[in-house]
Design a protein around this ligand. Structure first.
Ligand code: HEC
Length: 142
């Protein structure tokens, strides 16, 4: 009895935390976390190395927009796939030139730009690579 209500309390606690951060989706919401300074570093990298093709507002110029679709988007890429694309295939003219740390910072920036809430901890490259969380917008586009 005790352990059952304890688990329930833990589950409710997690859900409440997610709602408090304003996230729409509960499932997997805690799967990725990134810090605001990391996203800011990603922003600087993006301006220097990505904006030419993807647009300063992520709107897409010669390359696709990086503004995610709003959920539900069944064919949305997973965050791990986005990380992989950046690490191995971007920037298009110089693939493989980004470090794992820089690629994770760029993912943090893309998450932040698509309404994912930042937290206390930076997104580690391994966590980014393994993330099965869909890359869908969590709030209105910037
Ligand atoms: C020279 C132009 C160019 C630059 C610079 C560039 N990209 Fe791309 N990017 C593309 C093109 C073209 C595609 C779509 C074709 C492909 O996936 O190869 C793409 C695809 C992507 C995708 C997958 C999007 C989708 O809808 O499939 C991501 C994520 C991405 N780029 C991130 C980045 C990041 C982050 C940077 C900066 C480090 C960057 N790109 C720099 C041209 C560019």
């Amino acid at each position: 009895m005790y352990s059952r209500s304890h688990r329930l309390a833990a589950a409710l606690g997690a859900a409440a935390c997610t709602l408090a951060m304003g996230a729409l989706a509960c499932a997997g919401a805690t799967d990725v976390s990134f810090s605001a300074p990391q996203a800011e570093r990603g922003h600087q990298l993006f301006v220097a190395r990505c904006a030419l093709c993807h647009g300063a507002q992520l709107e897409g110029v010669s390359a696709p927009s990086l503004l995610a679709d709003a959920a539900p988007a069944p064919d949305a890429p997973k965050i791990g796939e986005v990380y992989d694309t950046i690490l191995h295939r971007m920037p298009k003219t110089n693939p493989g030139s980004l470090s794992e740390t820089d690629s994770a910072a760029l993912v943090a920036f893309l998450l932040s730009s698509n309404g994912f809430p930042s937290g206390p901890n930076a997104l580690l490259p391994k966590a980014a690579a393994a993330s099965l969380t869909p890359f869908v917008r969590r709030s209105a586009a910037p």
